[in-house]
Design a protein around this ligand. Structure first.
Ligand code: ASC
Length: 138
């Protein structure tokens, strides 16, 4: 037997964590793009629409990015808390809320309703925060 660190994560687990972190980064990048448009005072529909579409695409995927064994017990560096797995029903419910608000934001953007954008962004950000407060170590 070769000497390995205790609890060395398998490549599959390392990959799961990397994939998930990239997904949340991509979500944040697109959410920031929309927030930057709002801050500009005249949100450009051509920037907002593709970002909102991307957020709506990513939202339902995220709940699947937490396979068993990919939590803090893997020894990998992460902000995901063990509660994601021990209180998974709450996590799944928050993901459903996220999907709903992401779809609502996408509908507002697709309609070119830049006046309605701020409200939809606030609703979505509220779900981001609820989930972070419970499940993200920051
Ligand atoms: C962002 C971002 C988040 C959320 C969150 C909303 O722009 O990167 O994680 O908004 O802060 O409360």
């Amino acid at each position: 037997l070769t000497t390995l660190a205790a609890n060395a994560a398998t490549p599959a687990i390392e990959n799961a964590v990397k994939t998930r972190q990239a997904s949340y980064k991509l979500m944040a990048k697109n959410f920031k793009a929309i927030n930057d448009e709002l801050k500009s005072g005249s949100p450009q529909v051509g920037v907002v629409q593709p970002a909102a579409r991307e957020i709506a695409r990513i939202a339902p995927l995220q709940v699947k990015l937490f396979p068993a064994g990919s939590g803090p017990e893997s020894g990998l560096k992460m902000e995901a808390k063990a509660e994601i797995w021990t209180d998974n029903a709450t996590f799944v419910k928050l993901n459903q809320d996220l999907v709903q608000k992401a779809n609502a934001l996408n509908a507002v953007a697709a309609a070119g309703d830049m006046a309605g954008l701020g409200g939809a962004v606030k609703d979505l950000g509220g779900v981001c925060k609820q989930c972070h407060d419970r499940f993200k170590a920051e």
